[in-house]
Design a protein around this ligand. Structure first.
Ligand code: SIN
Length: 519
């Protein structure tokens, strides 16, 4: 059988569609599947269809489906984790609609793990109940991506891979399509649709240590900002406490579900140190655990700490965490008998393109969902495993809204900060990543952030980028500048934004969002 043309994963390309989706992770594919009833759908992705952050998600997807659980408790946990900034309407929508979206995923072919005939539910930090559904043990994201990529082989859905969207077309204040480069030929293409959905994921690649794959460069947020959409909460970045940190090995997520099963964090002296930092110890909120690990690293002048699973005799670690077990084995660590060296790594952006609970941005015709979007559902700090759920809850709402024909746009924020983040680009991805890790990492202060901004401002403006790396570098620099401006302006610490020069939360001045718009 001849190999399929890599650019045409399903139907042939045309130039006008009912809907254009940018991104092929869970957000993009779920939206495409739900929207095929509206007419032909085009999915554009700059890599291959399954080159996305979703594939790397381990822990699972949160929904109050257990017999002792309730949406009210899921909601209370989501609000508590968000450190005073959660949009309660969005969070209520998320928690109430979660069980129905699990049923949708099952219909699309996702098979969640079970135990004794019931769905198996894992535990993660800051959840009052075991409510994390998982698939393939710790391969939840891969199981979802595999099922959805198979389901989108549909005559109504065209997937063009290796296609980089370089700008959104805006006519009379409305998004009407996209301009893109077909990376294999270098040709510029134009596609039109009455609605465009951004599902481009996060921006972990802004930092030198990250759990995110190379595609996660925040393109969608930069595209929307350039087109005039509002961007919110961009200073709130979540660092996952436990990523593998081993000389010569790539950064690899060691799921919070491992701590949920009882793994203990230890320092080089073998001390289980978390009790000194928080009563919930290993299951304290992520920002607390990440900073505790950094404090121990500093105290010991060490590159990392250890996650010790060797006492978990009742858990078959190779069966419960096959992906982590296999990866650790491949770098010479048997997690059943040896502690895993870990350190925090950039993981998830709470902020993004501002949307309402229908996924509408402030630009008519432009929608966003998943990590690209900011509904306010996570506030300053996301509750574990709410991210995969957010994609499908708000993805479904995007399609329902488009189908309703109501149109419109999200209401503009009451107070906007106009900003021009500059046009410069770093010489390499690594130059920007090192800078952001130092300037806007787990602990920030005014001088580190100002240094970061000064360096970005000193970078010269490149010509119009025609390759993926050049385009990414420009977009990453713009997003980094936005993040630094927002983080400098917020003179307090809250959730994922920790400033050593303003270590306390300041509700009187800062219990509010910052929303940015292009000057
Ligand atoms: C993890 O498995 O620890 C990550 C889950 C998440 O980020 O929600």
């Amino acid at each position: 059988m001849p190999a399929p043309n890599p650019r045409e994963v399903s139907a042939p390309a045309r130039s006008r569609y009912s809907l254009i989706v940018i991104g092929s992770g869970i957000s993009g594919l779920f939206v495409a599947l739900e929207a095929r009833k509206l007419g032909p759908v085009l999915v554009l992705t700059k890599g291959s269809i399954d080159d996305c952050n979703t594939r790397w998600a381990q822990g699972g997807i949160a929904a109050a489906v257990g017999p002792l659980d309730s949406t009210a408790q899921h909601l209370a946990d989501t609000i508590a984790a968000g450190d005073g900034l959660v949009d309660e309407e969005a969070a209520r929508v998320l928690c109430e609609e979660a069980p129905a979206r699990i049923r949708d995923l099952v219909q699309y072919g996702v098979s969640f793990d079970s135990l004794g005939g019931e769905v198996a539910l894992g535990r993660e930090a800051a959840h009052s109940h075991s409510r994390i559904l998982h698939a393939g043990g710790d391969r939840t994201g891969a199981a979802i991506e595999t099922a959805l990529s198979a389901a989108v082989r549909d005559p109504q859905i065209t997937v063009l891979d290796n296609t980089l969207v370089t700008s959104l077309a805006v006519e009379r204040g409305r998004v009407t399509g996209v301009e893109a480069i077909a990376l294999q030929t270098g040709a510029t293409e134009y596609y039109e649709a009455p609605a465009v959905v951004l599902g481009t994921g996060g921006a972990g690649q802004l930092f030198s240590h990250t759990t995110n794959p190379q595609v996660a460069t925040g393109d969608g947020i930069a595209l929307a900002f350039d087109a005039g959409a509002e961007v919110a909460d961009i200073e709130f970045y979540q660092f996952h406490p436990t990523a593998l940190r081993l000389e010569g090995a790539p950064t690899f997520l060691i799921s919070e579900a491992v701590r949920g099963e009882g793994a203990i964090l230890r320092n080089h002296a073998g001390e289980a140190f978390m009790a000194r930092y928080h009563p919930l110890r290993e299951l304290a909120p992520r920002d607390v655990v990440a900073r505790a690990i950094v404090a121990e690293m500093r105290r010991e002048n060490a590159d990392g700490q250890f996650l010790d699973c060797t006492g978990l005799k009742s858990v078959d670690l190779a069966a419960r965490f096959p992906g982590i077990h296999a990866f650790c084995s491949s770098v010479g660590i048997d997690m059943r008998t040896q502690p895993i060296p870990v350190a925090p790594a950039a993981h998830y952006l709470m902020g993004g393109v501002g949307t309402d609970i229908c996924g509408r941005t402030t630009l008519p015709g432009l929608f966003a969902c998943g990590e690209t979007a900011c509904t306010g559902v996570h506030g300053a700090n996301r509750l574990a495993s709410n991210s995969l759920m957010e994609t499908v809850v708000f993805g479904k709402r995007v399609v329902e809204h488009i189908a309703s024909g109501e149109g419109g746009a999200a209401r503009s924020a009451p107070s906007l900060s106009p900003i021009s983040p500059g046009e410069g680009a770093p010489p390499t991805h690594a130059a920007l990543q090192d800078l952001m890790w130092r300037s806007a990492g787990i602990e920030r202060d005014a001088s580190s952030m100002q240094d970061g901004l000064d360096t970005i401002n000193s970078w010269s403006r490149p010509g119009t980028p025609t390759t993926r790396p050049a385009f990414e570098r420009r977009q990453m620099a713009r997003l980094s500048a936005l993040m630094l401006h927002a983080a400098l302006a917020r003179t307090e610490s809250r959730g994922g934004h920790y400033r050593s020069d303003y270590p306390s939360r300041d509700d009187a001045r800062w219990r509010r969002q910052q929303v940015w718009v292009r000057e």
